[in-house]
Design a protein around this ligand. Sequence first.
Ligand code: GFB
Length: 313
Amino acid sequence: MTSHEIPRVYVAGHRGLVGSALVRRLEREPVEIITKPRHELDLENPIAVLRFFARERPDQVYLAAAKVGGILANSMYPADFIRNNLLVTLNVLEASRDSGVKKLLFLGSSCIYPKLAAQPITEDALLTGPLEPTNEPYAVAKIAGIQMCRSYNRQFGTNFVSVMPTNLYGTGDNFDLNTSHVLPALIRKFHEAKLSGASAVTIWGTGAPRREFLHVDDLADACVHVMAHHDGDELVNIGCGEDITIADVARMVGEVVGFSGTLEFDTSKPDGTPRKLLDVSRLSKLGWRAQIPLRDGIEQTYRWFKESVSHTK
Ligand code: GFB
């Protein structure tokens, strides 16, 4: 790229929750967005990825391709979670180095931090204690990604930056009750209970765990901001700075959907981490803060669910 050319930006995982939000956000920037559907580029295939990067020569990369899922999916498919995430990260980072990518943003997750980390969780809590068992394979793959970014920076002089998003939700989410995260699951459960006239909705676990929820459009905006304003090895947490119990967020979803029945708690299902509120001071110092209040975000996501998903099953 010369100074008068616009940057070529590759978004890996552009059909996913995060990748699709990044594409929507980057469409407002003076950049050329590069995407490639899965059937044309298998990110698990190292040769295909090297060739793709050699041909396309992106200047910047957002690595949003990942195998993700909620607490149940993580425990049902642990091999898929560690294998896919390690392979994709390995291939994309190596091809980025090989083809001379100027800057890469690697997306991790708040589950990389120890299960019982002090709250709110600062970036330096990484590798200071045991992980939450329900998502350990996924977390280990993401920690490997962070260490790869740092090692490549040190050995090859690359500029690979790692961000750690909190629990995400929003447009393009997965609403499959067996594999989804909690917020889309609640939206679907309350919607279907309202339609069928059910008197109660079942929530997994005790309802006591706390989670911090960030709308994916906020996350995409934060990623573009970090790409522009932060370099090097220091992780950057991305969150809104506030958390809520699962029981309270369930009540909020019930109100948004218009369900007037009761909540039941299925304590045979796991709670997972008791709390994982991110410390977002570093991100604040970079000049970014979340804009979408949780209730507004849930209302928007429920509208999107009704328009795009509810009739498809
Ligand atoms: O969102 P979630 O699946 O993942 O669950 P984690 C959050 C909390 O909501 C847990 C409870 O305490 C669940 O037991 N929950 C209540 C439900 N009802 C439901 C429901 O119907 N569906 C789901 N899915 N949960 C994930 C990790 O952990 O967080 C991933 O597994 C990733 O690796 C992601 O890091 C951000 O927040 O517990």
